[in-house]
Structure formats: C-alpha cells, structure tokens
Design a protein around this ligand. Structure first.
Ligand SMILES: Nc1ncnc2c1ncn2[C@@H]1O[C@H](COP(=O)(O)OP(=O)(O)O)[C@@H](O)[C@H]1O
Ligand SMILES: [Mg+2]
Length: 230
C-alpha cells in the first residue's frame, strides 16, 4: 500500500486580517489499507483529505505519497491518488454513464477497444452494466455516487480518498456504497459521519478544532469521538 506522510502540517485560509487556521500541527504517517476520518463539522476533515492528493497544498509542512511531495509533484500524485466528492453531480461531467467513465481515460494511451473493456469491466463490478448509454443525470442518487466512484477507480489509482460519499444518500444506498468500499482492494481514506462503515477499518483519525486528536483502531477512536461530542 502507498505510504502517506503528513509532516508538521498547518493550514490557514484567508488574508492576514481574516486568517483562519483549519489545520494545526498535524503529523501522521500511514500505510494501512483502510483509514477512516471522523470529527465534527468544520474540524478540518475535508481540508486534510484534500491535502492528500494536492488539491490543497499546506501553508506549512509537507505531504508526501510514496515519497512524492504534493507541493512539487501534483500531477504525478493525482495520477496515483483519486478523489471522490460528497456530491456526485460535482464530479459527473458527461451526458451518459459510459461516456463519463471513458472520459477519465481520455489522456491515457489506451486504444478505444481497451477503453471499452476497462469501462465495461468497472461498470459490471458496480452493477451498472446495462446502463452504458443511460443519461447520467437520470440516475438515482446511489447510482450517481457509484458512477462517480467508477469514474475515479477506472484510472486504477493506488489510493482513493472519499469525502463523505454517503452523506447525501438514504440508508440503503449508504450501506451499498459501504459494501463497495469494503470490497475495494486499493488503499482507501474515507471521511464519514456514518460510523458503522468504519467497523472493519484498520485505523481511524479523529479531528477536532483543526487538530488530529485521536489516532486509533475504529472502536477506540469512535468511543473517543462520542465522548468528545457529548
Ligand atoms: N476555501 C476556504 N476558504 C476559507 N475557509 C475555508 C475554506 N475551506 C474550508 N474553510 C473553513 O475551514 C474550516 C474547516 O473546513 P473543512 O476542512 O471543510 O471541515 P470539515 O470537512 O471537517 O467540515 C471550516 O471552518 C471552513 O469554513
Ligand atoms: Mg467536509
């Protein structure tokens, strides 16, 4: 699994007059397959998640994935690290399911036929086979989230970051996405408020007020978080 190293990271948004520290002195290294991230709204979870693929470069400290620094190797990092947003509509760009997944492979040197095989394969894995020519915007919420995830995974990232992928879904679809995540063989970092999805995770990080306040196995980290919130 890729090795992610976050060293001496602090991050502030805004100009001097209205500076806001959203991450403070975060140091963590992980190479486990499944890492969960929990914490209150505004605690810095999304900022942390976005640091991991260089969507955000920290104002202090460094983030590396397999030794590549996000500040300097953004493009290579994003080839290895996929990112899935909460709202699939923000990520789905093409009119049909098949076109949307193919679009992720547009700048590879795969042939049309190779792309078709990759697309069919990933849609099959996610139960979306039959929907290749279906209009993307007519999918259900759960199917849209599956499509967004498929469009990330078709590029075969070594690590996939998911920022609250089940927050907009009903319980059944959340469970379904949870099962898909559990079955992935890539490394996963999952930010979530659905704590039961973290049951079999290797490690869970708890953020509170810009700080990493707990780093433990799921049971222990979730207990810590519940106490923090009560
Ligand atoms: N682009 C931005 N500019 C200014 N402030 C931001 C920006 N993004 C997030 N913030 C602020 O940083 C804090 C942490 O945000 P975020 O990392 O999204 O937290 P979480 O995902 O845990 O809810 C919040 O107070 C948020 O308002
Ligand atoms: Mg967030």
């Amino acid at each position: 699994m890729p090795v992610v190293e976050v060293s001496g990271v602090s991050h502030t948004f805004g100009e001097a007059s209205a500076r806001r520290t959203v991450l403070q002195d975060v140091d963590v290294r992980f190479d486990e397959q499944r890492v969960g991230i929990i914490g209150a709204n505004g605690s810095g979870k999304s900022t942390f998640a976005r640091l991991l693929n260089g969507l955000i470069v920290p104002t202090e400290g460094s983030v590396t994935v397999d030794g590549l620094t996000t500040a300097r190797h953004g493009r290579e990092i994003r080839r290895r690290v996929g990112f899935c947003f909460t709202d699939p509509d923000a990520q789905i760009v093409m009119p049909t399911v098949g076109e949307d997944v193919s679009f992720s492979l547009r700048s590879t040197d795969l042939t049309k036929e190779q792309i078709r095989i990759r697309v069919d394969d990933i849609l099959g894995r996610f139960g979306l086979e039959g929907l290749v020519d279906h209009p993307s915007h007519l999918l259900s919420g759960g199917q849209k989230q599956l499509l967004a995830l498929a469009a990330v995974l078709v590029t075969e990232p070594a690590l996939v970051i998911m920022d609250e992928p089940t927050t907009l879904l009903d319980l059944r679809n959340a469970q379904m996405i949870g099962d898909v995540v559990a079955g992935l063989d890539t490394q996963v970092v999952l930010v979530t408020h659905h704590l039961d999805l973290l049951d079999r995770f290797d490690r869970v990080l708890v953020f509170d007020e810009a700080r990493l306040v707990c780093d433990a196995p799921p049971g222990q980290a979730i207990d810590f978080y519940r106490r923090l919130m009560s």
